[in-house]
Write a new protein. Sequence first.
Length: 193
Amino acid sequence: MRRRLDRRARTTGRLGVAHGERYALLPREVLESEAYRALPPPAVVVLLALAVQYYGTRNGSLALTWADAPALGVRSQAQLYGCLRILEAADLIHCTRRGLLRGGRQLPNLWALSWRPIDEAAAGVTYDTGTSISPTPTNAWARWKKPADWDEIVRTIRRRAKGTLKIADSPRGETATHPVGSGKGQIPLPPWG
């Protein structure tokens, strides 16, 4: 039996995963955390879709765009962008670069898992100011406490991601609908991630 395990370890690695094969490795401590337990089910799907991209060296350069998301179980753009904001609010992920246009190209948001160290950016990739390479993880998820109005925060983020936000105090007193990014304090969500 011992010899069989050694041969398997040589061909597939210590965890029994073949070279180049990807999987989402979530520590038990993260799964038992208050931050993880507070997530709505679609946010768990988005977290797994983001975590499966990490294979030991790219934390901080993880991108999840709409082009890739449906193959990983994400059902809509609103779900993707809203859940990324929810994960960020729960300190499970950290945005290392906000999406932008550079040289006529759309560059996606880049993310880091907060339970892993932030790695050096790949060649040609830069992080936003304030993001630094760190040999130790921030573990912000472990310090996160669920706010009393968490359910309302999640609902607001979801409404923003769908492209509408109901505002009760419109000029004429009726409920108005505003597109994403047009209201005061709204987080603009670029279409490319």
